[in-house]
Ligand binder design. Structure first.
Ligand code: KG4
Ligand code: ZN
Length: 330
């Protein structure tokens, strides 16, 4: 079979990213512009500004992606694009760009779920082997799934309220740290001790998660405690938030007997999470995959990787492809 070169587009939130990925594994080029500095002024992503900024840079990102790969549109096998979940206006910019390129150059169009993209980020430098447990930890989602094969998911549990990344971002605001909160909390937590007693999120026998109670406890503390030690609070928060993940993953490793764990989504960039999951996987003799930093936060390479199995199965999208905020994997 000829090599397959997928041009992938990701614009679901505040990164405009394009990549050319060969055979679902080899990243030939990746070009990403981030709007973080602009949104940081407002303490979080402003959807209207995000979509406008995507339209301003998307053709420039396309040019640099092709240039870096030394390729032309004629060399591309298919166009992949994130269509769910995300900010509707931002998704539409990527989708319209993908449809236009598909129409002009007569290339198949492949709609990709962003969360599945995060999972396939682990197929770039490693190879996904099934069955595996997939833990998705991003700004909008916290889910634990079993993956039996390419695109074959069963959900074990998910958050009942806030996502872990969202909670990191809200706690960061309460501690006067800049957006995005995750990396800044992580930095501050490294200087602190876990001295604050915080409520354990979902202390039950399910695989579900919850972060709103933890967030409320921190809102209360920041409003009422006079001599707040921010570094200690950040550390206490991180141990509680990640502890919730390790407890549920441990239960899954024990009960399913699956020997592979894949972590996906922006929060997988967190060093404490990596340390705790490494310990857990050693205890259960399980293989652990975490994408390298470049592929753990939003990027188009993961979309190209996730599009490849769909290309092989000829699961193409038509021009009715539209943005959806739903994001359900299964
Ligand atoms: O996957 P992602 O880049 O975008 C979404 O799909 O949502 O995830 C973004 C989330 C943000 O909430 C951000 O604060 C969090 O990932 N994040 C982190 C770290 N880096 C990014 N959370 C904890 N520690 C980090 N080092
Ligand atoms: Zn993401």
């Amino acid at each position: 079979m000829n090599d397959v070169y997928i041009l992938a587009i990701e614009s679901s939130c505040d990164e405009t990213s394009m990549a050319i990925v060969k055979n679902g594994k080899e990243v030939i080029s990746l070009s990403t512009t981030t709007q973080i500095k602009v949104h940081a002024e407002y303490g979080g992503v402003v959807p209207e500004i995000a979509s406008r900024m995507h339209t301003e840079v998307i053709t420039l990102v396309l040019d640099s992606t092709l240039k870096e790969a030394n390729m032309k549109m004629e060399d591309i096998s298919a166009i992949a694009v994130t269509y769910t979940p995300g900010l509707t206006g931002s998704l539409i910019v990527g989708i319209e760009c993908a449809k236009t390129l598909s129409l002009i150059y007569n290339k198949p169009l492949i709609g990709v779920n962003h969360l599945i993209g995060h999972v396939y980020a682990n197929n770039i430098d490693n190879t996904l082997k099934y069955p595996l447990l997939a833990l998705i930890v991003s700004g909008g989602h916290t889910e634990l799934l079993i993956m039996e094969d390419d695109y074959k998911f069963t959900k074990l549990g998910e958050t009942l309220d806030d996502a872990i990344g969202e909670c990191y971002d809200k706690v960061a605001r309460l501690l006067d740290l800049k957006y995005p909160g995750g990396p800044n909390i992580e930095k501050l937590a490294q200087k602190g001790k876990p001295t604050y007693k915080l409520p354990v999120p979902v202390n039950d026998n399910s695989y579900n998660f919850s972060y709103s109670g933890l967030k409320s406890a921190i809102i209360n503390l920041t409003h009422h405690e006079k001599n707040l030690n921010k570094a200690d609070l950040a550390r206490s928060f991180e141990e509680t938030a990640i502890g919730e993940l390790t407890r549920k993953v441990k239960k899954a490793l024990k009960e399913t007997n699956i020997k592979r764990l894949v972590i996906a989504g922006g929060v997988s960039a967190n060093q404490y999470l990596k340390k705790e999951m490494t310990k857990l996987c050693q205890e259960y003799n399980a293989e652990l995959l975490i994408p390298k930093m470049l592929y753990s936060t939003d990027n188009a390479a993961m979309i190209g990787a996730a599009a490849y199995p769909l290309y092989l199965k000829k699961e193409f999208s038509d021009y009715t492809l539209n943005a959806s905020s739903n994001g359900d994997i299964c």
